[in-house]
Write a protein that binds this ligand. Structure first.
Ligand SMILES: [Fe+2]
Ligand SMILES: [Fe+2]
Length: 471
């Protein structure tokens, strides 16, 4: 069944009406969610009409419907991808056995932890971005921000459904906690560090959606492989929504690059001070933003050597993204060559799966860079090519944690490293400059001077469409 029932209080395609206890528990949580949304979601735009998409089916094509909606009226609900008939476990020691429709007792706390950690990131990012609406570079971008925000709210619903439906009382308590931790809160912060970094400018938003939402994509892909079938189906549908978030990041950075290249051509120089004076983002500054957000997101994959990731894989809880593309799905015999500060070490593959995931994530990150670099090259500035930092740069988790490594991956002495940081990650002056660019542009079709217009609008509408009605 892929149709979604919108006649109920909580739209869903899992027949929650068939389980009165569950329905009541979720209906009890719903007003708390709305209260959180009003208090911690985007400020000051709750009464405005936003051109949003809403899921109407879980089929890959034609799953969404578009229309003007006030955000608090968005129909947040519970949508799982269709079940795969006779689905079998695709990896680990129980490979080939039927997937689980209930949580096996021995994996209960681990699965709950995985779901809570994923769930925590969803409202966290809404909190991080709550002030951005005031400085949008265009109505098109403002709409995209709000689309991402409501969908992250939907992703919270996705995880809360699993907690309520499969984890009893503990699950209900965790669902409450998901609304009581807050991004950057001194007493009750969000679980993962990156989700406590404020996102107070749009360049950071594009980097966040490019790098951090992409980490989300990889986490969801690996959970979509899970033997716990409801989790797999939940994550598969979340991935459909997630693609737009990364699109916003990739095209956002691409449009910044495009505008900067135009300005460099106009003023006939790539001198950062002159590019800034002309109101555009110089490429070395963009490089520092990329370094910051990429390295911060790399930590989200965890330690290079991890007995937890080994157990999660062996037990069938969490696979590798695109598990089917690998040959060996058990990995009891395989080794992995891991680069550490002490040199290359051979470790059991099972223990190195976080690193395997990090590597495939970085390959995915390269795709946008290739596109942006083509534009930079075509404009005649090949020396200003953008790059990704080495995985050992500025890490705070794992074998490279706290090691003084350059973005090129060279181990330095501490002093050299500290001096270098000012060239490698945004300086206070960089941030102040970016903030000085953040002025709201709210006339339909108009763009801020530091960013090029998108190639096309949303859902075949023109770029000039009034995507958010502010008046
Ligand atoms: Fe999400
Ligand atoms: Fe996302």
């Amino acid at each position: 069944m892929s149709g979604i029932n919108y006649s109920e209080k909580i739209p869903n395609n899992v027949n929650i009406a068939g389980d009165r206890t569950l329905q009541r528990a979720l209906e009890h949580w719903q007003p708390k969610f709305l209260e959180w949304w009003r208090g911690m979601g985007p400020t000051d735009f709750q009464g405005k009409d936003v051109y949003l998409r809403t899921a109407v089916s879980v089929d890959a094509d034609g799953w969404a419907q578009y229309g003007a909606v006030k955000m608090p009226d968005y129909r947040w609900g519970i949508f799982l991808a269709d079940a795969v008939a006779d689905r079998k476990i695709g990896f680990g020691d129980q490979m080939g056995e039927p997937a689980w429709q209930q949580v096996p007792g021995e994996y209960r706390s681990t699965l709950r932890r995985l779901i809570v950690t994923q769930g925590d990131t969803e409202p966290a990012s809404v909190e991080q971005q709550r002030l951005l609406g005031h400085t949008c570079p265009s109505l098109y971008d403002l709409r995209n921000l709000f689309q991402i925000n409501v969908e992250e709210g939907r992703h919270l619903w996705a995880m809360v459904y699993l907690l309520h439906a499969y984890f009893g009382r503990d699950g209900r308590e965790e669902a409450e906690e998901l609304l009581s931790r807050h991004s950057g809160d001194a007493d009750k912060p969000r679980i993962l560090t990156t989700f406590n970094e404020p996102i107070s400018d749009w360049l950071s938003l594009y980097c966040f959606t490019y790098f951090t939402d992409r980490d989300g994509k990889y986490q969801l892909k690996s959970l979509a492989e899970s033997a716990f079938d409801p989790l797999s189906r939940t994550c598969r549908f979340m991935l459909t929504e997630e693609a737009h978030h990364m699109f916003v990041g990739e095209t956002g950075i691409g449009r910044v690059v495009k505008r900067t290249l135009e300005v460099m051509k106009e003023i006939g120089t790539d001198d950062p001070a002159k590019v800034r004076a002309a109101g555009a983002v110089d490429l070395p500054l963009l490089q520092r933003y990329l370094n910051f957000w990429c390295s911060s997101s790399l930590d989200l994959f965890g330690s290079e050597i991890s007995s937890n990731s080994a157990a999660n894989f062996a037990n069938g809880l969490k696979g590798r993204p695109d598990e089917a593309t690998y040959e060996d799905h058990v990995l009891r015999e395989k080794q992995f060559e891991l680069k550490t500060p002490q040199g290359t070490e051979r470790v059991p593959m099972l223990n190195a799966l976080n690193e395997v995931m990090r590597e495939s994530y970085l390959k995915d990150c390269e795709i946008g860079l290739k596109r942006w670099n083509r534009a930079i090259e075509r404009a005649g500035f090949p020396a200003l090519k953008l790059t990704l930092p080495a995985t050992s740069f500025r890490r705070s988790i794992g074998t490279w944690a706290g090691k003084p490594v350059s973005p090129e991956g060279k181990l330095l002495d501490q002093k050299e490293f500290e001096q270098g940081l000012g060239r490698w990650i945004p300086t206070p002056e960089d941030r102040a400059f970016v903030h000085s660019l953040m002025k709201r542009v709210a006339e339909p079709g108009k763009m801020a001077g530091w960013i090029a217009p998108p190639d096309r609008g949303i859902n075949n509408l023109p770029v000039e469409h009034e995507y958010v009605k502010l008046h």
